[in-house]
Design a protein around this ligand. Structure first.
Ligand SMILES: *Cc1c(COP(=O)(O)O)cnc(C)c1O
Length: 401
């Protein structure tokens, strides 16, 4: 018995069953939506997404994305957060929200390369100039600031060369160059390496703070190497509102399943970060003893650039290290080492369970006075046994003459 098939089609869509309320479990529900229903036209006209007091359209937030935004705000020490479909989309949203034709953008010389490419190939077309400063020399930043400077990016440390800048000195330099308020340069930090755990970008001490942070949630918060997402966090309501309008006009949003995957990984973030930090330090100590390695770049090592700045601000240090291989080895010989690795896989990104290795030519990373000589080999430490990772490196390095 029952309804005729054509009636069932409608009933399957307009169904009157409502599950009982008061369901709670450890997981945050996956709320998927483009369309969001309104109770009546009055609610449709009054509902507001900007302050997260209501839902209007999937692009502007669901309970799942609002929940993730709040948790990232807690992680970063911020009050307002936006989610973008990648870390790079978060960076370019910041650029587009605050820069207009005639403005200047300042980037550290060791900046995440796609951020520089956006300035070179997109912002330049819109009449927005950019300049590079040496992140290890605050005087170089001071010299680069002009009345047209509107946005200054910081990164700590450089994501391949891992030199740690004096963040307080850099922020102080921007604040001293031009008074805060309308038209003063905005200080943005790419906080992906620190992940909100190594230091608090919104309280650097001495009353200093950045204005906003970007975090590639793709890395440690996801923890899986299996999704792309970015966040923009701030404590400044006016900056957030500007960002939120640009973000919404650009049509940026994240999928509910990806947001849920990050929510599921966040409780283990501090444990994973600490484990990958400890493992990277053990690998770094081992690599220091190797004759093939001229220098190990890792902020915790005294001969790594910016060690003192790192030590003044942080205890933790993420899971990255870079080997500066002896200059006598040709890039092809280093490639052969990378190809010989078995547990370390070859691939971009970091923060997942699988250890990764990528060779770089130093000239592609730094343009200002070049402090590195040999080929650089960046290692991202995953969650494998450290002894196994060291044994893998040992058998691969043995291929060098
Ligand atoms: C990975 C990364 C990004 C970009 O994140 P995607 O999600 O890959 O676009 C930005 N900055 C840093 C420092 C990164 O490591």
């Amino acid at each position: 018995m029952g309804r005729a098939p054509e009636q069932r089609a409608t009933a399957l869509i307009h169904h009157d069953y409502q599950p009982p309320e008061d369901f709670e479990s450890p997981a945050v529900a996956v709320h998927k939506a483009s369309t969001v229903f309104f109770r009546d036209t009055a609610q449709m006209r009054s509902q507001r997404w900007v302050d997260k007091s209501g839902y209007t359209y999937g692009l502007h937030g669901t309970p799942t994305t609002f929940t993730l935004e709040q948790r990232i705000a807690t992680l970063e020490g911020a009050t307002h957060v936006l989610l973008a479909p990648s870390g790079l989309a978060a960076v370019t949203t910041v650029d587009q929200a605050f820069l207009k034709s005639g403005d200047e953008l300042l980037l550290p010389d060791n900046v995440y390369a796609p951020s520089l490419n956006f300035a070179r190939h997109e912002l330049a077309r819109w009449g927005i100039a950019h300049k590079l400063y040496d992140p290890m020399d605050p005087a170089s930043l001071a010299q680069a600031i002009t009345p047209a400077t509107r946005l200054v990016w910081l990164e700590a440390p450089g994501s391949v060369t891992l030199e740690f800048p004096d963040l307080r000195a850099l922020v102080r330099t921007v604040r001293a160059a031009r008074a805060t308020g309308e038209g003063a340069p905005i200080v943005a930090l790419d906080n992906t390496w620190g992940a909100g755990l190594a230091f608090n970008a919104f309280d650097l001490g001495d009353g200093l703070a950045v204005d906003l942070t970007v975090h590639a949630l793709t890395k440690y918060p996801s923890g899986g190497g299996d999704l792309l997402m970015g966040s923009i966090a701030t404590r400044d309501r006016a900056l957030h509102d500007t960002l939120a309008m640009t973000h919404s006009r650009l049509g940026l949003g994240v999928g509910a399943n990806d947001a849920e995957a990050v929510l599921r990984s966040l409780p283990t973030l501090p444990l994973r970060y600490a484990a990958q930090d400890a493992a990277a330090r053990r690998v770094a100590q081992w690599c220091r003893q190797r004759p093939e390695v001229a220098r190990v770049l890792h902020p915790s090592l005294p001969d790594s650039p910016g060690h003192a700045h790192w030590a003044a601000l942080c205890d933790a240090a993420a899971g990255l290290l870079t080997l500066e291989l002896d200059a006598r080895f040709a890039p092809a010989q280093v490639d052969a080492v990378v190809d010989a690795l078995r547990l370390f896989r070859i691939g971009w990104s970091w923060g997942g369970p699988v250890s990764l290795a990528v060779p770089y030519q130093a000239t592609a990373i730094r343009r200002l006075p070049q402090p590195y000589r040999g080929t650089l080999l960046r290692l991202s430490i995953g969650l494998e046994s450290v002894d196994d990772l060291i044994a893998d490196l040992e058998q691969a390095l043995q291929r060098l003459p």
